[in-house]
Design a protein around this ligand. Structure first.
Ligand SMILES: [Zn+2]
Length: 328
């Protein structure tokens, strides 16, 4: 993925009056994540914190600011956003605010030792071969080392205000994802990105229809109609309403392709993921591909365009006409 902007890591860059973008490196994926610093009455509010890597030079970063960081806000509990929260809180002394639902999931996933096993077992039910599931357990434990979230944050809810910014819920990319809006500006986390589209995956213990949630969230963003939206990766979104429509169209196309992959013979999410994302994926990428495939399959079930067949060991999907009905 080529980006137009070359990022200078760990140097806050002003993108709007009173809004600084702070880009931190990632070892994988888009290779960078954007945090933001929002000027308030008493100092700066830091939105998102990168990974919990030892290299994040918080002291150097803070020395470049003209005032203290007095608040930290987390958009969602994915590693690249919440993983550095403990270190950022220690460096700034600022309290951390996180969504109520988001923190509950954060604690469940990153605060316990057994999550990689639970997610691996869940993937097995969805047809992932044991050797791939085993690799997921291993990579899950490795990743967990970089997630140092802040325990017992201030819990916030949609509709609250923080430092003059309104908090909105935008479930989809993560169940408890929150964005910040003030006037015609949106700090969007991973709800609205360009040029990549946010991953929308189904995971254990998550809301049942994340893609449906996400479509609603894009509708909300369109109604808010910000002038510009600043996301966690890639470029600022200069025409947020247009971008929302493009992402909706992207998922509608993928829904059509997913539906076309289904017939009367039940297929697992793992199986269908090969139709959508090809055969050549490393285990960690396959994990996202399966989760994304499942969010589309579950959306099709909700829409009455697919059937789900499950027993204690497996979950599989059929086309609409075959779903749950005896063969004629
Ligand atoms: Zn992210």
């Amino acid at each position: 993925m080529a980006y137009r902007t070359e990022h200078t890591f760990a140097t806050p860059v002003e993108v709007e009056p009173g809004i600084l973008r702070l880009t931190l490196p990632l070892p994988t994926g888009p290779r960078h994540v954007h945090c933001y610093l929002l000027r308030g009455d008493d100092g700066w509010m830091l939105v998102d914190t990168g990974l919990g890597l030892m290299e994040t030079p918080w002291d150097e970063i803070l020395a470049q600011l003209d005032g203290p960081v007095v608040q930290i806000f987390i958009t969602h509990m994915h590693p690249d956003h919440v993983g550095g929260a403990e270190a950022a809180a220690a460096a700034t002394g600022a309290p951390v605010a996180q969504g109520r639902l988001d923190y509950a999931q954060c604690e469940r996933v990153w605060g316990s030792d057994d999550w990689p096993e639970e997610i691996a077992e869940w993937f097995l039910r969805h047809g992932v071969p044991p050797e791939v599931a085993d690799e997921l357990i291993e990579s899950g434990h490795v990743f967990a080392d970089f997630v140092r979230f802040a325990w017992n944050p201030t819990l916030v809810d949609p509709g609250d205000e923080i430092d003059g910014w309104r908090i909105h819920a935008t479930p989809g990319h993560a169940d408890g994802h929150l964005v910040l809006q003030r006037g015609d500006l949106l700090i969007a986390g991973d709800t609205l990105l360009t040029p990549i589209t946010p991953a929308i995956g189904l995971y254990p213990q998550s809301r049942p229809d994340p893609l449906g949630d996400y479509m609603d969230s894009l509708r909300l963003v369109s109604e808010l109609a910000p002038r510009i939206s600043y996301g966690g990766h890639g470029e600022p979104v200069a025409e947020p309403v247009v971008r929302c429509a493009a992402i909706v169209a992207h998922h509608e196309q993928r829904l059509d392709r997913t539906e076309a992959a289904l017939g009367s013979v039940p297929r697992s999410g793992y199986d269908v993921s090969h139709d959508l994302f090809g055969n050549a994926l490393a285990p960690i990428q396959r994990r996202f591909a399966v989760a994304e495939t499942l969010s589309h399959l579950e959306r099709l079930v909700v829409l009455g365009r697919a059937g789900r067949i499950e027993d204690d060991l497996t979950v599989a999907y059929t086309g609409q006409l075959a779903g749950g009905r005896p063969p004629l």
